[in-house]
Design a binder for this molecule. Structure first.
Ligand SMILES: Nc1ncnc2c1ncn2[C@@H]1O[C@H](COP(=O)(O)OP(=O)(O)OP(=O)(O)O)[C@@H](O)[C@H]1O
Length: 603
């Protein structure tokens, strides 16, 4: 982390005891924390060398068997903070042959199924060098009962699931509550601040009576909230509470100090103009990968179509896509196959969209249940580990200060730095004021935390107004609807048909690029390049300076975003182009020619 948090600023509170215990200067390595060598080897392979402050504090406590509540900022490394000691403990029990075998030993509960997959992958990768082969499964409430039965046969050592899913398993008799009681040795609630707000309260309450007092409980959260307190009271006996704050920054306990926060005041109508001014390639004001948040799926597609007019490619991540597609989009974005991702994270609009579609067929009571499941299962971005995002843009402001914290936390993760830019319209002023109050804390000096974006002059924006408005006008509501349906149809097809193929051929992932053009017409030629006279001299200077400073810190600005194909023609569709022959050609010489070619285009 940029603004290094020190161990001595971690508060350790025993229940009923609020004394701050200083930890001293000691900065132990993973090995010195006593973790199994097989785990530290996996960490080295991931180039994770030094523990983050929350890991340094939480790992020894969890290893000593304490119930722990850990509240630390987004991106501070909470996942390894609980996975490492949990896996160490399983390895120890397994080597002593004392693992109970009638049901899973560890349950990790998370608010969304996208997070289930992420935690499952992280845990599996940490076990790469372990000789004892543990079985980890991640379950989804939408799985057929038969698949759940297969996944739970054995039984697995670790189950990652949403609380709703565990409820489904117990109610369908796939998992017996009595066996959970007998075998569970550790229960972990990750993203605890979101668990209750995602509608899992009833399911958690149903599970709690089956958790024996002897079970070690861990609760991880990015923010402290009444929901976290509620869970703590419901579940944890005499926990140790760790709260991470950074030295010298009394009010920075929410947003990591390595994230620079900016805002731009503009009308709702001008947001497209401003986003163009921020993302135009020449001069480029924002480095690296960009994640843009909007509040509705329609706006996501409007924005994507608008950017396409300038040959700026992006992909849309939203709740209505099948989960395979969402995971695939995330994998590609994380691998750097495209540079701009537009994401929706607004639960209310998701719920409205989904429920209206279902309304004809659902009875009143099932609809209520369905809505609960939506909240539980369709989270898109909260807690998701987008890798190496350099800039987060709030095109629409989130609906709450907590939403701001979670969105901004998608950049500056681990030890990276990041930038956040929020476009604030007068209608969003009230919420922005609340966010500033939240960031100010006691200092009353909001400018330290969120400053006006310095790199865009009024003139630089106004010079682009005509072409931006021209492009915005040409994206009609009909275009947006068509693009949304076309994208969904394509993703459903891909998700179903290609799942098996990608499992066998992970290297083919890049063939299904998610930032392919959606517009039916080619972008107007006059919008493709920005003539020199339209580039404001001040912005040009800023662009040059930013380029130099990025080069100095090793951010490669020479890398081009994947460009449009000449002629706007039909790109190769893997559904149509996969053939046994081509596969054979790859298999014969061990190289994927198509992929090499594609990668070149994408670089
Ligand atoms: N010790 C470490 N050194 C370097 N990188 C790390 C370390 N620990 C974790 N990371 C990386 O930091 C990123 C963020 O970690 P993680 O997802 O655990 O954060 P988090 O605290 O759970 O965030 P959120 O609250 O947003 O879910 C991940 O990409 C992870 O691989």
């Amino acid at each position: 982390m940029g603004a290094e948090a020190k161990l001595d600023s971690i508060e350790r509170r025993e229940e009923g005891d609020v004394d701050v215990e200083k930890e001293g200067e000691e900065e132990k390595s993973f090995e010195e924390l006593g973790l199994d060598e097989q785990l530290t080897r996996a960490l080295r392979k991931k180039s994770v060398t030094d523990p983050t402050p929350i890991q340094r504090a939480a790992i020894p406590l969890i290893l000593s068997g304490k119930n722990v509540v850990a509240c630390a900022k987004t991106g501070s490394g909470k996942t390894f903070a609980y996975l490492l000691p949990m896996l160490h403990e399983l390895l120890r029990l397994s080597s002593e042959n004392s693992l109970r075998k009638s049901a899973p030993n560890v349950f990790i509960l998370v608010p969304t199924r996208d997070l289930c997959h992420q935690v499952y992958s992280e845990a599996s990768s940490l076990l790469e060098f372990c000789t004892n082969k543990f079985k980890i499964v991640h379950l989804m409430a939408t799985m057929p009962i038969q698949d759940m039965r297969v996944a739970l046969s054995g039984p697995p050592n670790i189950v990652v699931a949403t609380p709703a899913c565990i409820s489904t398993c117990t109610s369908k008799g796939v998992l017996r509550a009595s066996s959970i009681r007998e075998s569970i040795s550790m229960l972990i609630l990750d993203e605890a601040d979101l668990l209750l707000s995602h509608g899992h309260e009833a399911d958690l309450k149903a599970l709690i009576p089956h958790i024996p007092r002897s079970c070690q409980c861990i609760l991880m959260s990015a923010t402290t909230s009444p929901d976290v307190d509620k869970l703590k009271k419901l579940l944890l006996h005499e926990p140790v509470t760790l709260t991470l704050s950074e030295e010298g920054q009394s009010n920075s306990d929410l947003i990591p100090g390595n994230i620079e926060q900016y805002w731009i005041s503009c009308s709702a109508h001008d947001k497209l103009l401003y986003i163009y001014a921020l993302l135009k390639p020449k001069p480029r004001l924002l480095a690296g990968k960009v994640l843009i948040f909007v509040n509705s799926i329609d706006m996501a597609f409007r924005l994507r179509l608008f950017l396409e007019k300038f040959e700026i490619r992006s992909a849309v991540l939203n709740a209505e896509l099948p989960q395979n597609s969402r995971l695939h989009i995330l994998e590609e974005f994380n691998a750097g196959l495209f540079g701009i991702l537009i994401a929706t994270d607004d639960n209310q609009s998701k719920e409205k969209d989904q429920t209206s579609r279902e309304s004809q067929v659902q009875s009143r009571s099932t609809k209520k249940k369905f809505r609960q499941n939506l909240d539980a299962e369709f989270g898109v971005v909260r807690g998701i580990d987008f890798k190496n995002v350099f800039t987060v843009i709030n095109f629409d402001m989130p609906r709450s200060p907590a939403g701001y914290v979670h969105r901004i936390g998608r950049t500056g993760r681990g030890r990276n730095t990041g930038t956040a830019v929020s476009l604030v319209s007068p209608e969003e002023g009230e919420l922005f004021a609340k966010i500033k109050i939240m960031l100010e804390g006691d200092s009353r000096d909001d400018s330290v935390h969120i400053q006006p974006f310095p790199h865009l002059t009024k003139k630089a924006v106004e010079d682009l107004r005509y072409r931006a408005e021209d492009a915005a006008r040409s994206v009609t509501t009909r275009d947006v609807q068509d693009a949304r349906h076309q994208d969904l149809k394509k993703e459903i097809l891909n998700s179903e048909k290609l799942k098996a193929h990608f499992e066998e051929n992970p290297r083919d992932l890049d063939l299904l690029k998610h930032d392919k053009i959606l517009s039916k017409t080619a972008p107007p030629s006059h919008l493709r390049v920005i003539p020199d006279y339209l580039i404001d001299p001040t912005t040009k200077q800023v662009g040059k300076a930013l380029k130099l400073s990025r080069a100095a810190v090793g951010i490669n600005t020479a890398k081009k975003r994947p460009g449009f194909k000449k002629g706007f023609g039909r790109s190769s569709d893997p559904l149509k182009t996969f053939s046994a022959e081509k596969k054979k050609r790859r298999d014969n010489d061990g190289k994927d020619h198509r992929q090499k070619k594609k990668l070149k285009v994408g670089e």
